[in-house]
Write a protein that binds this ligand. Sequence first.
Ligand SMILES: O=c1ccn([C@H]2C[C@H](O)[C@@H](CO)O2)c(=O)[nH]1
Ligand SMILES: [Zn+2]
Length: 138
Amino acid sequence: MSALTNDQIEELITKSLDAREFSYSPYSKFRVGAALRSVDGKIFQGCNVENASYGGAICAERTAFVKAVSEGHLRFVAIAVSCDFNHYITPCGICRQFMNEFGKNLEIFFVNDDRTYKRAILADLLPYAFGPEILPGK
Ligand SMILES: O=c1ccn([C@H]2C[C@H](O)[C@@H](CO)O2)c(=O)[nH]1
Ligand SMILES: [Zn+2]
């Protein structure tokens, strides 16, 4: 069961699909969009941003998180992710670790081109995670 209403899920899906528009992906030609909902209902969109130094690429999920955190938001309910293939895209390992910093109960919607989706919780995608609770001072 999702913490979001069906309308909220549909809104997140639309914003995730729309976010692909600004994908900067001249190398992979793989356009990814994400939409992240904070606990106070704000939605932050992100796309993947690649680099001539290939390893410098930033995924859509992290773009959305960095936008949100840099504007003072630290608590999130859900993120939707989409690519422009007939595929349910799942976040890469770096993004799973990155997102874990902000809570293991985050809902993740993997959105297909036709708006159908699959849903998971971050804790299921990153079991036995290394997280901030392990470090002193947290
Ligand atoms: O969940 C994912 C998986 C991949 N990518 C990007 C990284 C790179 O720009 C391109 C191909 O890996 O897709 C994302 O943005 N999110
Ligand atoms: Zn990633």
